[in-house]
Every structure is written in C-alpha cells, then in structure tokens.
Design a protein around this ligand. Structure first.
Ligand SMILES: [Fe+2]
Ligand SMILES: [Fe+2]
Length: 470
C-alpha cells in the first residue's frame, strides 16, 4: 500500500509532463514565427537601402561626380545592420563605361541568379556564430519615372544594369529572438509552478482533508454511534458519501444490536440445553443405580470423587467437565444384565460372572453410536472401567496408559466407593482399611500415580462421603 503513489504525485507527474509539452510546442511555434518576421523586416530594410543607393548613384551620375560616389557608399556601409556594401555591374554597363573601382564585385552564381530572375535574392545564414543575410537587389533599366536610366545607359528597357550586394547583420534580431523565447520560457515555467501549486492546494483542501476527516468520523460513527456532520463538507460529492456512510452505519449498528441480543439468547439456550443434557445423563446413571440396587448416592459420590482426581491429575477444565458429566454412565451396561445375576445376593458362579462382565461391552454398544463429546467419553469409561493397570482386567486386557485416564480414574473411585460403603454382601470398610487395600493394589489394579493422588485427598474424600451419605 505504501508503494502506491499519492494523489499529489500523480497530479504532479501528469500535469508537469502535459504542461512541459505544451510549453515546448508554443516555444517552437513562437521561435519559427519570430524568425520569419525578423527576416522579413531585415529584407524590407535591405530593399529600402537598395532604393536609396540606386537614387544616390543615379544622382552622382547625373551630377557627373561618379568619382565621388565612394564617400556615399562608405556612409551606407557604416549604417547600423549593414556589414558590407558592394555594387555589381552588368557586362553591358562595363562595356559602356569600363570597369568600376572601389565597392565593386564580380558577378558570382548568386548575383547571376538575381540578374536572371530580375528579382531580389536573399541568402540567410542565421545558424552560425555571426549570423547575416546577403541581399542581392538587381537594378533594372527603365525609362519610366523620374529616374530615366536610358538617358545615360545605352541599353534596352528592362535590361539588368547591375545589383546592390548587401551583407546585413542578423546578430541583434537573433539575440532579441532568444531573449524573447527565454522570457516566455521563464514566465511559462512560473505559470506551471503556480498551476501545480494551485492544484496541490485544491487537492489538499477539497480531497485529502475531507477524505481523512471522513475516515475518522466514519470510525467514530461506528464505534461511538455519533453520525457524521454532513455540513462540514464543502463538496456535494463528499456530503453525499457522508450521508451514505451514516445510513450504512445506522443499518450495521441496528443489525449488530439484534445479533448481540440473539447471541445472548443463544448462549442462554446453549447453557439450558447443556444443563438439561447433563441432568439427563445423570438421571440415566441414577436409573441404573436404582436397578442395580446400588448403595444410595453411589453415582453422585463417584462423580464428585472423579472431579477430585481429575483436578489432582492436572486435567483441563474441559476434560474434568467431560469426565464428571460422563461418570454416572460407567455401569449403564448393567441395564442389559438379567435381574437373576445383577440382583443375586450371594457370590456369582463363574458362568454368572462371565455374563456380569459383559456390562462393559453392553455399555459400549449402548453409547458408541453417539457423536457427542459427553457420550463418547461415557463410551470409553463404560468400556474400560474394569481394565486393570497390570493388564489383567476386562474386556480388552489393556495395560497401563493404554487405558484411558477417564477409565483409570473411574476404576479407582468406583472401587473406593464400593469398599467404603455397605453392600448386601459386606459391611462398610473404614477409610484406613479402604486406602490400605487400594495402596496394595497400586500398580496392579490401579494407576500408581492416581492412587497417590487419592490418598493425598483423604480429607476431601471424607467430606464428600459425609455430604452424600448412604
Ligand atoms: Fe462396572
Ligand atoms: Fe459403580
């Protein structure tokens, strides 16, 4: 995002290249035009000088003072803009009067061009250090007007008598052109700078500042529920955007409020469902407890003891919750054992005991269809709570930590409660007797670590037993 150009830099780039190109075109057009105008002025001056020279020479001729014309031509040569002045005489004039003296040149190819065309020829050399223009203006014999050439010259009307060869200085005109272009260039550059500065100011004031304000106020509108003050925006477009944001924010906040209320309702409902679920599971355990004619409150004590051991074993809050919710179902499989065996007061025969042991797999089959976390935990507990640490348990003969921690805990607290409470076939053992027996079974029937935790919790075990007595 940081690599992207800002609005100002895009404007600067586009505007500068456009205006520079425009300036260049204007300067080229001006240069071309100004050159043409300058050259035309110098050409006109050359023609005017040629008229004066023609009249001057004729006057000298008429006055019979041709030998003094050098003074005259010398003065012409010293005029501003005139670098050099020469006369070129035609062969006819040379034939009549002989060759001239000073200020006279031979006919060259450019002069010849003027003689043949009978028109002035201008040769411009302005792309060099000393710029100049050579102007060859032919003099044509004419009997018309005040200067009747044919009075002196024995030639036909329209014959070229000669030409004036002027070398005009273009330095000043070229310098003026350059100065003018320079001035226009500087003024245009200043204008470009002013235009860009003005654009920057406009962007800053009418786009960037309102945009930042809009973002800030848009956030406030959402988090503090303060609508954007649309009057703060000078442009119609920003005012419309601000209004749209206000409408949108209002809708979003209303929807958010509805969703929040629904979420609270859903959370309450979820708690209710969870409570009902736990109650149902517990009731199933109590039903089984009644059917098996278990000691009163066996289910709740086993649940409380397992909570204690779960904490001691360092289980997470979620796992302890799962364990205690599922614990009441550890003997649910007994619902599938016939009364004659389940409720038999005396010792079971081997065959009866084999049937009795199937309550683990019956429990597993009753619960394993469930995808719910609680019943999955209950499935494991129902299936494995008669496994023994040394592998001599049933139904799978699992060893050590292959037995799920939930089942290891239930196995321990189930036996603890059975021994420490009265049964049809035995009296209640004291806590000392019970713990001594369990200690002896540590590493054989029970997980030794859990046995240590159980023993360390003896006082809490007593309090639970007193609270939920038989
Ligand atoms: Fe059992
Ligand atoms: Fe039990």
């Amino acid at each position: 995002m940081d690599d992207k150009p800002s609005l100002k830099s895009i404007t600067l780039k586009n505007l500068t290249s456009f205006l520079m190109l425009l300036t260049l075109i204007v300067l080229v057009l001006l240069a071309v035009n100004f050159r043409s105008i300058s050259i035309k002025i110098v050409e006109d001056k050359a023609l005017a000088i040629s008229e004066v020279v023609k009249a001057g020479i004729t006057a000298h001729m008429k006055g019979g003072i041709m030998d003094h014309r050098d003074y005259f031509l010398n003065e012409i040569g010293s005029l501003t803009l005139v670098n050099d002045v020469s006369i070129v005489r035609s062969h006819e004039v040379n034939a009549q009067f002989g060759k001239g003296r000073h200020f006279e040149k031979e006919i060259d190819h450019i002069t010849k061009q003027a003689f043949e065309s009978k028109q002035p020829v201008f040769l411009i050399k302005d792309i060099q250090l000393q710029p100049y223009m050579r102007a060859i203006v032919p003099f044509i014999a004419s009997s018309k007007g005040e200067l009747n050439c044919l009075q002196c010259h024995q030639v036909e009307e329209g014959t070229v008598l000669g030409a004036l060869d002027l070398k005009m200085d273009l330095t000043e005109y070229r310098a003026t052109t350059i100065k003018l272009l320079l001035a226009i260039g500087i003024i245009t550059t200043l204008f470009i700078v002013l235009i860009i500065a003005n654009n920057f100011r406009t962007i800053q004031r009418y786009i960037q500042e309102p945009l930042h304000r809009l973002i800030k106020q848009g956030e406030e509108a959402y988090y503090s529920n303060i609508p954007i003050n649309t009057n703060l925006y000078e442009c119609k477009e920003f005012e419309e955007v601000a209004q749209e944001i206000n409408h949108f924010t209002k809708d979003v906040l209303q929807t958010k409020s509805i969703i929040e209320k629904k979420n609270v309702q859903l959370a309450e409902l979820a708690l209710e469902i969870e409570g009902a679920h736990k109650e149902t599971v517990f009731t199933m355990g109590v039903i089984e407890e009644h059917r098996s004619q278990e000691t009163k409150n066996h289910t709740i004590r086993v649940t409380k003891y397992s909570h204690l051991l779960g904490q001691g074993a360092g289980l997470s809050e979620e796992d302890i919750d799962l364990l205690t919710t599922a614990a009441p179902l550890h003997d649910i499989g007994k619902l599938g054992i016939p009364d004659t065996i389940l409720l038999k007061p005396g010792t079971l025969s081997d065959q009866e005991f084999t049937v009795m042991k199937t309550h683990t797999t019956i429990g597993y089959n009753m619960l394993s269809h469930s995808k719910g976390e609680t019943l999955q935990a209950a499935t494991i507990i129902a299936h494995q709570h008669h496994e023994r640490w040394d592998g001599s348990g049933y139904p799978q003969g699992l060893v050590g930590e292959d037995i799920h921690i939930f089942a290891r805990i239930i196995a321990l607290v189930d036996v603890y409660d059975a021994l420490s409470t009265k049964r049809i076939y035995k009296k209640a053992w004291s806590q000392e007797e019970t713990l001594t027996h369990i200690q002896q079974e540590s590493g054989q029937h029970f997980d030794p670590q859990l046995v240590d935790i159980l023993i360390s919790c003896r006082n809490k075990l007593t309090r639970i037993k007193q609270k939920y007595h038989e």
